[in-house]
Design a binder for this molecule. Structure first.
Ligand code: FAD
Ligand code: E0Q
Length: 450
């Protein structure tokens, strides 16, 4: 399509800011309306340092936008999961084979700032303090709350990058039902912080995602470039101890950490006050039957498919959406065709990573310190060497490759059956029957181009 028309993006968060660049690069005239103020003027609300894991899918999208080097400059490399069992020795489980297979911890606010600056440099017009309120899809007018008043703007087509609580989605649903349902997780989260050591350095191994698995709940910590860690405690909202219902005060939190996360307790001096001040976050999976309203509006990122965070892929998937939408807009002959093609391509893949993200919670909180889990991970690496391009560990397909999520899910399910059957009742790799396993792999796992 010739980009003769203007596109209006709702939300200048992670996906909105990246998409603005990808579209402006292709010659579209782009306006972005963002509810919050300009972060370059105001700083980020709350001032808390929240970080995210960036992996290959997201990094690839950043490369296309020319944003990768500016982002990686502020990132901290994470080589693996550093597991802190309640008893026993803490240690690193590598994510990949070597330092070419790593992920990156990045600050959400700084990432957003870099992306907004690049978008503007490509000619996208940014309108801060504009919260979408109402849309008249027939007259093609969008109304925004702007400071004390309301402003109306004409549009050609709207792209909803306004996050899990999308206002555009709510307006679209008034015109045509989207089949929206949210499956809330019965667990929530609270963020805490580990400050730098007295000498200004990190207080734990910096190049790792730290994890304290405790069966039905867990804690994680990601490094920040200012030598702090952002800690996230995941607990059930209600029910038996420990839950957010039974751990309410700062003293309760100290007691929980003393009993279950003693090494972390020593590193979080403000646990009491931050536990009481910081809100409990809610997590869920948002599913829609449709993401677009003919050629007038389309949703992407969390607005279309919010997911639980346990695979660290929500932003990565949202960035992949941005690339796909920019490409479909370029190829198609109308907006309606582009939006439909985008939805057809991305919806099965979003559903696949939503499911894998739910499954990864159980794995993270309950399995990463199990002997049978570790044996299966060791077998995965061995099979990867025996069958290069054919047997690829689940984590690598999701994190280090860009094959469709739906394909990763399908191959992972088969591989999991292979791993379970081959290790059933066995304690070491020497006991595995490789002859039968090799035959199974050659028969059922076709080679995958890299
Ligand atoms: P958002 O980043 O939410 O952006 C939406 C934007 O729209 C915001 O700027 C908002 O102000 C604006 N907006 C909202 N309403 C309006 C309105 N009415 N009008 C105008 N603007 C509006 N993902 C990863 O890839 N790796 C991780 O490690 C990771 N960890 C996570 C940990 C937690 C605890 C959580 C909750 C999520 C995590 N995620 C992670 C997921 C990731 O945060 C989201 O998938 C990602 O932010 C989605 O980007 P988005 O642009 O769609 O939405
Ligand atoms: C990653 C990186 C919030 C969060 C973010 C993540 C991950 C996890 C556990 C969590 C998954 C993993 N993971 O280590 O398997 O890879 O982003 Cl809880």
């Amino acid at each position: 399509m010739q980009p003769e028309h203007a596109l209006t993006i709702i939300g200048g968060g992670l996906a909105g800011a990246l998409l603005a660049t990808l579209l402006a690069q292709r010659g579209w005239s782009v306006d972005v309306f963002e509810r919050r103020g300009d972060p370059r003027v105001e700083g980020y609300a709350g001032g808390r340092s929240i970080n995210l894991a960036l992996a290959e899918r997201g990094l690839h999208a950043l490369r296309l936008a020319g944003a990768d080097s500016a982002v990686l400059k502020q990132a901290v490399m994470m080589r693996g999961r550093f597991v802190h069992p309640l008893q026993g020795t803490p240690g690193l489980q590598r994510y990949g084979r070597d330092d070419s297979e790593v992920i990156w911890s990045i600050n959400r606010g700084e990432l957003n700032l870099v992306l907004l600056t690049i978008a503007e440099s490509h000619g996208a017009r940014l309108h801060f303090d504009h919260a979408l309120e109402r849309v008249d899809f027939d007259a093609r007018i969008a109304c925004f709350r702007h400071h004390a008043g309301t402003v109306s703007r004409p549009f050609h087509a709207l792209i909803g990058a306004d996050g899990a609580g999308s206002a555009l989605r709510a307006e679209m649903a008034k015109v045509q039902p989207l089949g929206e349902r949210t499956e809330w997780l019965d667990h929530g989260y609270k963020e805490l912080e580990i400050p730098p050591a007295a000498d200004g350095g990190f207080r734990m191994e910096p190049n790792a995602l730290h994890i304290w698995p405790r069966g039905h709940y867990m804690c994680i910590a990601l490094p920040n470039d200012e030598r702090t860690f952002t800690v996230t405690l995941f607990l059930p909202h209600r029910g038996a101890y420990p839950s957010f219902e039974t751990v309410q005060t700062g003293d309760d939190a100290v007691a929980l950490f003393r009993e279950q996360f003693p090494d972390a307790l020593a590193l979080i001096p403000q646990l009491r006050s931050h536990y009481e001040t910081n809100p409990v976050g809610h997590l869920g999976t948002l599913r829609l039957d449709r993401w677009h309203l003919d050629g007038r509006a389309v949703l992407l990122g969390d607005a279309a498919h919010a997911m639980v965070p346990f695979h660290g892929q929500g932003m990565n998937c949202a960035f992949e959406d941005c690339v796909a939408l920019a490409e479909r807009l370029q190829d198609a002959s109308s907006l309606a065709e582009a939006f439909a093609a985008f939805e057809a391509e991305r919806k099965p893949n979003a559903e696949a990573i939503q499911q894998m993200a739910l499954e990864n919670y159980i794995e993270m909180r309950d399995r990463v310190d199990d002997a049978d889990y570790l044996l299966q991970r060791a077998l995965e690496l061995t099979l990867q060497d025996r069958h290069p391009g054919r047997f690829i560990p689940h984590y690598a397909m999701v994190t280090f490759m860009r094959i469709p999520y739906a394909l990763a899910l399908q191959r992972s399910a088969l591989q999991r059956r292979m791993l379970e059957q081959a290790t059933q009742g066995r304690q070491s790799l020497e006991e595995v029957d490789f002859t039968a396993l090799d035959r199974w792999i050659l028969r059922d796992l076709p080679p995958l181009a890299a």
